[in-house]
Design a protein around this ligand. Structure first.
Ligand SMILES: [Zn+2]
Length: 205
C-alpha cells in the first residue's frame, strides 16, 4: 500500500474552505482510489449547497463523498454535538485534514478542535495552511511542514473555486494568482512545481 491511511476525511467550517485548503490533494487521492469524505460543518442556504456540489464535481469528487452539517455559520461549537458529528466518519486509518486551531475565525478554530477530539485515535492528522487573502488570518506562525505535489491538479482546484459564485466578490481581485503563487512558492523545498502545504500534527509510517 502506498499510503498508511485508507481513507481521508477533510473537515471545513464553511463551503469553499476544503477546496481552498486541500481541494487538489483530495482530487489526487480520489483519483488514486482512496475513500474520501468531505464534511462541511455549516451551509447557509440551498445556493451554497449547490456551489459545494458543483465545485467538488470539478475535482471529480462525487456528491456521495460530501456531508453537509447543520451548524450555524458563525456559531459552530466545539462540544459533544460537533465532536459526535465528525466521530462517525473517522477511524484509526483515517487521514484527517482540517483548519489550524490558531485560526482567527472562531468557526475555523472550533472545527479544528472538534476534529482533534474526534480524531484522537487517528494515526494521521494534517491542517491546511492559511490562504494569502486579506482578512483571512491565523495566529499560527510555524512554517508548513508537509507538502503534497499537485502539479496535475492545480488547474482543477482553481477552476473548482470559480463555482463558489456567491463568494467571488469576497475574494481579492487577484485571488487566482495569489493561490497559484502560494502553491508555487511553497514548492521550493520539493521536486514539484506546485504543492498544497500543511502543518503536520501526526503522521505514522
Ligand atoms: Zn471558512
Amino acid at each position: 500500500m502506498k499510503y498508511n491511511f485508507d481513507n481521508v476525511v477533510a473537515i471545513g467550517a464553511h463551503p469553499d474552505d476544503i477546496e481552498i485548503g486541500c481541494g487538489a490533494s483530495l482530487s489526487k487521492w480520489y483519483s488514486e482510489g482512496l475513500n474520501i469524505k468531505c464534511i462541511v460543518m455549516s451551509c447557509e442556504n440551498k445556493t451554497r449547497r449547490f456551489e459545494i456540489y458543483n465545485a467538488f464535481e470539478v475535482l471529480n469528487i462525487p456528491k456521495s463523498c460530501i456531508v453537509i452539517g447543520e451548524f450555524n455559520d458563525g456559531g459552530i461549537p466545539h462540544n459533544k454535538t460537533s465532536v459526535s458529528f465528525i466521530d462517525k466518519y473517522v477511524n484509526e486509518k483515517t487521514l484527517i485534514i482540517t483548519h489550524n486551531e490558531h485560526d482567527a475565525h472562531q468557526d475555523h478554530r472550533n472545527t479544528s478542535l472538534s476534529a482533534m477530539s474526534a480524531g484522537r485515535d487517528c494515526l494521521n492528522f494534517l491542517q491546511w495552511t492559511t490562504v494569502p487573502f486579506r482578512r483571512v488570518n491565523t495566529f499560527e506562525n510555524t512554517p508548513a511542514s508537509f507538502f503534497v505535489c499537485i502539479d496535475d491538479f492545480i488547474e482543477k482546484k482553481l477552476l473548482s473555486l470559480t463555482y463558489h459564485k456567491t463568494q467571488l466578490n469576497r475574494f481579492p481581485e487577484n485571488w487566482m494568482e495569489l493561490l497559484r503563487n502560494q502553491a508555487y512558492i511553497n514548492a521550493i523545498n520539493s521536486n514539484c512545481q506546485y504543492v498544497e502545504s500543511f502543518y503536520l500534527k501526526k503522521f505514522t509510517i
